[in-house]
Design a protein around this ligand. Structure first.
Ligand code: KIV
Ligand code: ZN
Length: 521
């Protein structure tokens, strides 16, 4: 009998900690719904105490998404209360509380003498704080996860002691994070093994692991942990996360599935939803997937060398260990055009894993016709974008109504933009070194941005093929307190740039500066 591995998805919490990946509440809810389609077991929806926006996201996901929802909390009453409150309406809720346990973390975060005069006293205090946190969290739900942060570099004796104590206090999952991605696969596996030997009550809790990818070993470490007793894997879509990211969900899941001859474990993941999930997360976070990324990268299933192509044509198994359709990648590239009907669109969307309501289908069909008017062939990628685009996103403060650009070899680029905000319209013009800088100049002249925002990243790429392909612009703005990515898609890359700029600006406004307004106000 194969044993189940619980898939704990932390795309919306650790994944969102990727530089520039800030997601608005609507986007988080949409990703959470996709995670349900993917059939993950647990969704870590955010860190409620950290901001109002995080609290709202956890609350809204708890209100509408049917999976185990968890919120992160330090081992502090205020954090736990905030998580408990945000999760109040979740049908199945978990509180995930953590505290630093390595000497480096203890000395760095708990240097105040009230925590103890030496490392032994401080460790005792940490155990007490962890147990109190678990007991308090128990007053909100029975399902409690505890993480000793930086367990990868924590003394094994102390790690065993704190794990024993939190299980006695009621923790039902004990998660062992390799917070800095420091450990080697065999070493990390041995750590799990040692905990199984040393912690006498370990069988009362599920052992989980949470591996970071600083040395590119997050998946290997997670797999080794499974071999040694871990039964929950914490991971993210596309492996996004703090710094070099977390273990990638699709890689862990497909390793177990493709090598089911090797592993005595399975997951409940609907692998055909992997590609849809990957595209959605990439689109909303603005983090592009490297072409050679395992499972979901553009090149993951393409064969370049003649000898490989020849082999594949004769027998797919020569160079392919899994078929693209097993992760939801469809081979059918050219799909629809402007003569296609609503029925054709609907059945193509179904093949891609979408089941839009009648109202959404009508809306998408209108936008499909507009797009098909601009480009002859509408590809699967275009359809995914139409499905992801919200028709009335209340997160958009400033919207581009109109754009006119004058460029030529012997004139100064000039742009005029008309922007709508709370039913008011402002029109402004600006010149620039090029059409994009003229557009951004005109936007900046329209809006009273009270802080200087620097553009630290700007990238254009073509989404599908052919000269009519849609262009995608991804850019990132940096403020004093954060980074905001923006994404714009259009058959015109200048318009895509203006949309991307406003998209990032809207995120900045939502999170940092709600009273940003038109210059004329
Ligand atoms: O990396 C880490 O240690 C974490 C914990 C909060 C689980 O993200
Ligand atoms: Zn982490």
């Amino acid at each position: 009998m194969k044993e189940k591995i619980i898939i704990f998805d932390t795309t919306l919490r650790d994944g969102e900690q990727s530089p520039g990946a800030s997601l608005n509440v609507n986007e988080k809810v949409e990703i959470a719904h996709q995670l349900v389609k993917l059939n993950v077991d647990v969704i870590e929806a955010g860190f409620p105490i950290s901001s109002m926006a995080q609290f709202d996201a956890v609350q809204q996901i708890s209100n509408s998404v049917d999976a185990v929802i968890t919120g992160l909390a330090r081992a502090i009453d205020a954090d736990i209360k905030s998580a408990g409150d945000a999760l109040q309406n979740a049908k199945k809720k978990r509180i995930h509380t953590f505290i630093g346990t390595s000497d480096i973390h203890i000395n760095g975060k708990f240097e105040d003498l009230r925590y103890g005069h030496n490392i032994n006293e401080k460790r005792k205090t940490i155990i007490k704080m962890a147990c109190n946190a678990v007991k308090y969290a128990k007053t909100f739900t029975d399902d409690i996860e505890f993480s000793p942060e930086d367990a990868g570099r924590t003394d094994i004796g102390f790690l065993a002691e704190i794990i024993y104590a939190v299980i006695e206090s009621g923790a039902t999952t004990v998660n062992i994070p390799d917070t800095t991605g420091y450990t080697m696969p065999h070493e990390f596996g041995m750590k799990i093994n040692e905990l199984k030997q040393k912690v006498s009550n370990i069988n009362k809790a599920v052992i989980s692991v949470h591996c970071h990818n600083d040395l590119g070993l997050a998946v290997a470490n997670s797999m080794n942990a499974i071999s040694n007793g871990a039964r929950q894997i914490e991971c993210t879509i596309n492996g996004i996360g703090e710094r070099a990211g977390n273990a990638s969900l699709e890689e862990v899941v497909m390793a177990l599935k493709v090598r089911s001859d090797y592993w005595d474990f399975y997951t409940d993941i609907k692998t055909e939803e992997i590609y849809n999930s990957s595209c959605l997360v990439s689109r909303f976070t603005g983090i592009l997937i490297q072409p050679n990324k395992a499972i979901v990268g553009e090149n993951a299933f393409s064969h370049e060398a003649g000898i490989h192509q020849d082999g594949i044509l004769k027998n797919k198994n020569t160079y392919e260990i899994m078929v693209p359709s097993s992760v939801g990648i469809t081979q059918n590239k050219i799909v629809l055009g402007r003569h296609s009907g609503k029925h054709g669109l609907s059945s193509r969307l179904e093949t891609l894993g979408y089941s839009p309501s009648k109202e959404k289908l009508n809306n998408v069909y209108q936008r499909f016709l507009e797009l098909a008017d601009k480009k002859k062939e509408v590809y699967d990628e275009d359809l995914r974008i139409l499905m992801g685009k919200k028709s009335n996103s209340n997160a958009d403060y400033f919207k581009l109504e109109y754009l006119h650009v004058n460029i030529g070899t012997s004139i100064i680029p000039t742009a005029t933009v008309r922007i709508e905000y709370e039913n008011k319209i402002v029109e402004e013009s600006s010149t620039g070194d090029g059409p994009v800088s003229a557009c951004i100049g005109a936007i900046k002249r329209s809006i009273n941005i009270k802080e200087s925002l620097t553009m630290e990243h700007y990238q254009v790429r073509s989404i599908s093929v052919g000269k009519e392909a849609q262009g995608e612009v991804i850019l990132r703005l940096r403020s004093k307190n954060g980074r905001y990515s923006g994404r714009g898609i259009s058959t015109d890359t200048i318009e895509a740039s203006a949309i991307a700029y406003l998209n990032a600006l809207n995120k900045f406004v939502a999170l940092e500066n709600k009273d940003t307004s038109f210059k004329t106000n």
